[in-house]
Ligand binder design. Structure first.
Ligand code: SF4
Length: 269
């Protein structure tokens, strides 16, 4: 795994990532939060989780890519259960390809849409071997040309495996952007562009995880737990039920299997 880049490199990489994103309507550009408020929100997330980690288990960039592809419409815990034994025997594209469709299918058949995903993973391995010498490219354009890899998957891999300040918009990030009015948008690309415009550079690297975890465990889809929210005083969501922020402290690491009572799954969008 590569080390995170410097703040200026982070800003440059984020700008490069924005190039392909949609232009945002002028009305949506009017900020509902001041720069200080946005900085304070992310400062508090950083206090809670100084080194946030994704919950998809992997041993290298390739297995991360496979895990993300398998996680569409599935829970991280369900994917981890299937990939734990799989990645012991197949942690490279060549080893995965050598398994063949039937054996790979046996490993992943507990995951939703597993038949299609099995085919996609094998096609992905072929493309990695043919076009990239068996390595995962650290480049969004190259990643999104791979079978079964969209912008969201590419952003997860660039962030987690290569330390790039990308922001993958899943169902939680999309909801938070709109509910709080921090980064409103009708599509994941619009929300991504809006977040990239407001997040201070020093917080870009981990923003993706902070937002997912806040959405999964506190600002839940059906009923946000505002009493447990450390940004309740800053939040401008209409659904907010408390304006008193929860005590700010570093949180204990999440369980290794990615499961916790009351958590909402991250389904791919
Ligand atoms: S105060 Fe409530 S609605 Fe606002 S971010 Fe916190 S949990 Fe979500």
């Amino acid at each position: 795994m590569q080390k995170p880049k410097s703040k200026s490199a982070a800003r440059t990489a984020a700008s490069a990532g924005r190039d392909a994103l949609p232009r945002v309507r002028a009305s949506a550009r009017r900020p509902r939060y001041s720069e200080d408020e946005v900085r304070e929100i992310f400062r508090r997330f950083a206090v809670q989780r100084p080194e946030p980690k994704g919950e998809l288990e992997h041993v290298n960039a390739f297995t991360l890519l496979v895990a993300v592809v398998l996680s569409a419409q599935a829970t991280d815990a369900g994917v981890n259960k299937a990939t734990r034994p799989l990645f012991v025997v197949a942690d490279t594209p060549r080893k995965m390809l050598a398994l063949g469709e039937a054996r790979l299918g046996d490993y992943v058949k507990t995951i939703g849409l597993w038949r299609n995903k099995t085919k996609n993973v094998l096609a992905l391995c072929e493309a990695l071997i043919r076009d990239h010498g068996g390595e995962v490219p650290a480049d969004r354009d190259a990643l999104t040309k791979l079978p079964g890899v969209g912008r969201k998957t590419a952003n997860v891999v660039l962030n987690m495996a290569f330390g790039q300040p990308t922001l993958a918009v899943d169902t939680h990030v999309f909801r938070l952007g709109n509910r709080l009015g921090l980064a409103p948008g009708k599509t994941p690309d619009e929300v991504e562009a809006a977040f990239l415009r407001i997040i201070p550079p020093e917080y870009l690297r981990h923003a993706h995880h902070w937002l997912i975890l806040h959405g999964r465990y506190v600002c839940k889809a059906r009923k946000p737990e505002c009493q447990a929210c450390v940004i309740a005083d800053l939040c401008k969501a209409a659904e907010k039920t408390s304006a008193v922020p929860a005590p700010l402290a570093e949180l204990a690491p999440l369980p290794a299997d990615g499961t916790i009572d009351g958590a909402e799954p991250t389904t791919a969008s």
